[in-house]
Write a protein that binds this ligand. Structure first.
Ligand code: SF4
Length: 352
């Protein structure tokens, strides 16, 4: 299926489940409620009094489960083949020593780590449900019995209603795919695949040690089992033009994916990039990033959920862009600029 085919845009108005086949208990997708013509903006949520022109995962989860659902980041104690010497030792060039997650280090007891976070959030969200998000390092890089034990430990918490598992596309052997398929039948699951860029030169320069073909293969094998996929792309990798970044976004959206995660490259302490390119700045200012990310969002089909549109690096480890820790300011600016420009997710895919 070519998502740039303009029929896709119109199909959304009638069939919102192109990428996420809902189980029988699924609530209707939010866009079922939209009244829309191709000349009017696509509005996904107005619950905070603003027009949200992006299909955020938060809105999706709230509508699907009928209540607040939040992600809890976990460090499952895994490592990564790009760090332990199997593929390389230094890691991807932009990766911090903590494995691109910067989550609190795990105690080794998944249920305990979840409970600690849930207690900390109980004042803010007393009745929320949670997605346990295995974020740090490569969360399918361990013997399958260990993976099974840790994933089921997370699911055993009564407030956990789903799993998100972040991994590399080259770390999905058949037995792991089988485990993920089993989990997918029992709970709400997505697998987050790092792609970062589709450009071979960038992938090599960033020492990713996987290829676009690895990504394609992983997408095919997960899709075959009906497992939701979230693709992670980084905007502003060294040497890439805005056109190349948008090509990566377009390519990711040609696949059968449930979600997309976009953010600017943050140069962080402890990364290889901080040593080799200490002066590098991915975007000079918030306005430049806002322009680029809105151009990217306009290329994303409306049924694909957006899981992130800016980065979240802890200020203590951030080198550049110096402003990128201002997450709320950046997000407010993106939403405001989209309203000012009458932009929305998928606008660039409209029929002329
Ligand atoms: S695959 Fe992930 S955890 Fe491993 S080095 Fe790259 S960014 Fe870090």
């Amino acid at each position: 299926m070519n998502p740039h085919d303009t029929t896709l845009y119109n199909m959304l108005l009638h069939d919102t489940a192109l990428h996420d086949a809902p189980s029988q208990d699924a609530a209707p997708h939010d866009t079922d409620e939209l009244s829309h013509s191709t000349d009017a903006p696509l509005i996904f949520d107005t619950s905070d009094g603003q027009q949200l022109r992006i299909n955020t995962i938060n809105t999706f989860l709230k509508k699907r489960f009928g209540q607040k659902v939040a992600k809890l980041s976990l460090d499952g104690g895994f490592t990564c083949p790009n760090r332990d010497g199997s593929k390389a030792a230094g890691g991807c060039s932009f990766c911090s020593a903590s494995g691109s997650g910067d989550t609190a280090a795990g105690t080794g007891d998944i249920a305990c780590d979840l409970e600690t976070q849930i207690q900390a959030l109980s004042g803010k969200w007393p009745n929320a449900k949670y997605i346990a998000y295995f974020q740090s390092h490569t969360n399918t890089y361990a013997p399958v019995d260990e993976l099974r034990e840790k994933f089921y430990a997370a699911l055993s918490h009564p407030r956990v209603i789903g799993l998100a598992i972040a991994t590399r596309p080259d770390c999905l052997p058949d037995e792991v795919i089988a485990l993920l398929a089993e989990l997918n039948r029992k709970t709400f699951l997505w697998v987050e695949l790092g792609l970062q860029s589709i450009h071979a030169g960038t992938m090599k320069a960033m020492n990713l040690c996987y290829t676009r073909a690895d990504y394609d293969d992983a997408v095919d094998r997960l899709s075959e089992k009906g497992i939701r996929i979230v693709t992670h792309l980084i905007l502003g990798l060294p040497g890439e033009s805005p056109a190349q970044m948008l090509e990566s976004v377009k390519y990711a959206c040609t696949k059968k994916i449930f979600g997309l995660k976009l953010h600017m490259l943050n140069l962080v302490k402890g990364s290889q990039l901080a040593r080799t390119h200490p002066e590098y700045v991915s975007f000079q200012n918030i306005e430049d990033y806002t322009d680029l990310v809105i151009s990217a969002i306009e290329l994303v089909p409306p049924e694909i959920t957006l899981h992130r549109i800016t980065a979240d690096a802890p200020r203590a480890s951030l080198i550049s862009p110096a402003w990128s820790y201002k997450k709320r300011t950046i997000l407010n600016g993106i939403h405001k600029t989209m309203r000012q420009r009458n932009s929305w997710q998928g606008k660039g895919l409209r029929q002329p």
